[in-house]
Each structure stands twice: as C-alpha cells, then as structure tokens.
Design a protein around this ligand. Structure first.
Ligand SMILES: [Zn+2]
Length: 189
C-alpha cells in the first residue's frame, strides 16, 4: 500500500468524525428488521460523503451500491458491488482525469458492536478509498487520454539540475569547481 493511500485513510478518519448519523445521505441497516437470510440494499450515497481535502482526488458523482446484507453472529457481511467516479491527477503528466472506482465483487465485513441501527456508510467509504489506484495514470481513466508530460514541467526539471554537472569541462579546474560547488551546497544546508 502506497503512502498516498495511507494519507487518504488518515484524512478520512479525521473527516469522518464530524458526521451526523441522522442525515439521509447515509446507509443505515436496522439490525432488528434485517431478515435472518439477509436483504438486498440498492441505492446511492452523495459524493459529499467522501469529503477529501481539496488537493486530493474528488468524487464527481454518487456512490452507487447494490449490496446483499446478511448477519453472521457478531458480523455484518455486505456483498455485491460499489462504484463511484473520481477525478484523479495523473502522477506522470499531472493531467486531471476521471476514473470510476468499481468494486465488483465487493465484500465488506463489519463487526457488530451494538444492536439496533448500524450506519455502514463509513465502511463503504473506506472500502472505496483503500481501493484507489496507488499511482493514478490518465491512461487508465474512463476516457482514454494520451499521457503526455507537459513541457513546462520538463523546463522546471532542467533548472533544478545541480550546477556541478553544467560547470565548464576545463581539465585543470573541474575538480576545484566541483569542490566549490559542494562547499556552496554545504553552506546552503
Ligand atoms: Zn498522464
């Protein structure tokens, strides 16, 4: 799992704390009404449930779920499929692109901590987030896109090359130039 994914999970844990479980934008399972042989739940949850920091990927549509929910002792099993479109930024070309995260099949097991109503929204949210691409690439988007690196970024890379490499190749002084460059570097640190 990449560090980016962990960053998203941490962001999710932080942002999830403020949720009001009484809102209708949640999927709540009433355990007391859930048939022993399970029940199917279909619907949509608004994109807002993801509520990720602006520099992160953003949901561009609702989370669509079609799940069969069944209880096994102290565990609630949700199986079926989930899908939700996100706008990612390509790690190579930095282009924004839309990729639908599709979990089919999805299987989510949640421990039942208390009886009554159980809000499973955050479990669905987490399942989507941990299935984000580690290195989003625009070629893998819903609409095929050519992954071209913007020449502006190439120019920036050139400016950042260490000066040692562009120093004049004078045989007698190259060694000293390199040493001076190292000294300068040390002073800057
Ligand atoms: Zn790209």
């Amino acid at each position: 799992m990449g560090s980016g994914t962990w960053r998203r999970i941490v962001a999710w844990l932080r942002s999830g704390l403020g949720y009001n479980s009484g809102m209708k934008s949640r999927l709540v399972i009433d355990l007391s009404r859930l048939p022993e042989d399970g029940e199917r739940f279909e619907g949509e949850l608004p994109a807002e449930i993801f509520d990720l920091p602006p520099e992160d990927a953003q949901a561009t549509g609702p989370l669509i779920y079609d799940l069969f929910v069944q209880r096994f002792g102290s565990e609630l099993l949700l199986s079926g499929n989930l899908e939700v479109p996100f706008e990612f930024t390509c790690v190579r070309s930095l282009h924004p692109f839309i990729q639908t995260i599709r979990l089919d099949p999805a299987a989510i097991s949640i421990e039942i901590l208390r009886e009554g109503e159980m809000d499973v929204t955050e479990a669905l949210r987490e399942e989507v987030l941990i299935n984000f691409p580690h290195d989003p690439r625009c070629e893998e988007g819903d609409v095929e896109q050519e992954c071209e690196i913007d020449s502006r970024y190439l120019a920036v890379d050139k400016l950042e090359e260490p000066e040692v490499e562009t120093a004049p190749r004078d045989e007698a002084s190259t060694g000293w130039n390199a040493l001076d460059a190292l000294k300068d570097l040390k002073d800057q640190l």
